[in-house]
Every structure is written in C-alpha cells, then in structure tokens.
Design a protein around this ligand. Structure first.
Ligand code: TMP
Length: 218
C-alpha cells in the first residue's frame, strides 16, 4: 500500500547505488524529462547527505573526517532529519516532486551492509526520523520510487579512478563495496514495488531510454 500517496500530494523519488555506478549523471536528464511531462509541477533536486546548510556542513565532515561507525550513522540521520524538516516534507505537502540523490537506502547499504551496524538499530532511527502522524494515522515518509543503479564493484572502482579524487567512502576496498552492493540488492528484493534496478553497465544512451520509459510510468 502506498501510504504516502494518501498522506500528502507530492511525489518522492530517490536515486541510489554504489559510488561510481553513475546515478548522478542520470538525475538531471530524468528531472528534465519529468518537468516536460509535468510542466506545472515544481521539481526539487536535492541530495544526501546534504540538501540544507547544516546538512552540507555535516556532509563535509562525513565524507572527510574519520569517525566511529555509530557516530557516522547518527550524523547521517541528523542531516536527514533537517533535510526532511526544511526541504522534503514542505515540498511533498505542497504537491511538489522531490528527487533526492540518495536517502535512507544508502544508510542501510553503507552503514548496515558496509560498516556492520545492526538493521534493528537502523530501523529504530528510520522510524524516529521518518515516522509521522497525520490525521491520527501513523506512517513513515518513504520514497514512492527508487532507482538503484547496480554495477559490479570492479567496474565502479575503475570509473571512480578515472573521474575523481576519492573521498573517505570511495577509499574503502572492494570487500566493503561488495557488502554495500549486496545490501542494496537485498533491499531491492524486499521492496520490489518501490525499488527498480537499473543495469548501470549499459551505455548512457540506453540508460536514458530506460529512464524515459520510467518517466512515462510516473
Ligand atoms: P555521493 O552523494 O557523492 O554519492 O556520496 C555520498 C557518500 O555518502 C557515498 O559514499 C555514500 C555515503 N552515504 C552513506 O554512507 N550513508 C548515507 O546514509 C548516505 C546518504 C550517504
């Protein structure tokens, strides 16, 4: 059941994947196509960690400063709480479309899958930060649709090496990224209605065609 659709008029879409899978390349194209389809809708492009002044400051620390894994997950959710309060929820309540480069699936993939934080702890944080009661009904703010850009860890690593200086996460080894990828794929299995896997080994053109079809379905 799509609880969000009953609770607010906006649409929440997220892009996910391991570093180097190429998701960021496709977000702008997707947003442009969606705007063509819904010319009267406001489309908000945002990202995590980040999306607010405070969130961007936390992002700088999270991507550069070594810290305990629990500190890391708590800061990710602190940034998310602010992001929801300042950007995501007001937009969804106003009927806008929010497209976020990463959201809570990243925390499950990186902090549970990669770092070994327990899923039970993550579930608690998710419920705390995303849980709401509207008109007496309890629900969690969740994306309506998530695109998971899936790619082998080795290819993603080669792509990263060609394009950028690695941040704290991108310096981690293939074992870490295999754990992250497996957790993403496990979640895609559990949340089949929400998470659509995109084969990120395809060409940019082929992926854009797939994304165009997805725009048609929204
Ligand atoms: P990106 O926004 O450039 O893709 O990278 C952000 C990094 O932060 C990426 O390595 C994944 C990581 N991350 C987490 O570990 N947990 C999270 O909850 C989020 C949102 C991002």
């Amino acid at each position: 059941m799509n609880l969000q659709a009953q609770s607010y008029p906006g649409i929440f879409i997220t892009f996910e994947g391991i570093d180097g899978a190429g998701k960021s390349t496709h977000i702008n194209h997707f947003a442009r196509k969606l705007q063509e389809k819904y010319p009267n809708k406001k489309i908000i492009l945002t990202r995590e960690p980040g999306g607010t002044d405070l969130g961007e400051k936390l992002r700088t620390e999270l991507l550069n400063q070594p810290m305990h894994p629990e500190t890391e997950v708590l800061l990710m959710f602190a940034a998310r709480r602010e992001h929801l309060a300042q950007v995501i929820e007001p937009a969804l309540m106003s009927g806008d479309i929010v497209i976020s480069d990463r959201f809570t699936d990243s925390s499950f993939a990186y902090q549970c899958g990669g770092r070994g934080i327990s899923v039970t702890q993550l579930n608690t944080l998710e419920n705390w930060v995303q849980g709401r009661t509207i008109n007496g009904q309890a629900y969690e703010i969740q994306p309506n649709k998530t695109f998971l850009f899936d790619l082998s860890v080795e290819i993603a690593q080669k792509r990263r090496e060609q394009t950028r200086t690695p941040d704290k996460f991108e310096q981690l080894d293939t074992n870490f990224f295999n754990l992250v990828r497996n957790e993403y794929l496990r979640r895609a299995e559990v949340f089949q209605n929400r998470i659509k896997i995109i084969d990120a080994s395809l060409s940019i053109d082929d992926i854009q065609k797939i994304m165009d079809l997805e725009v048609g379905l929204l």
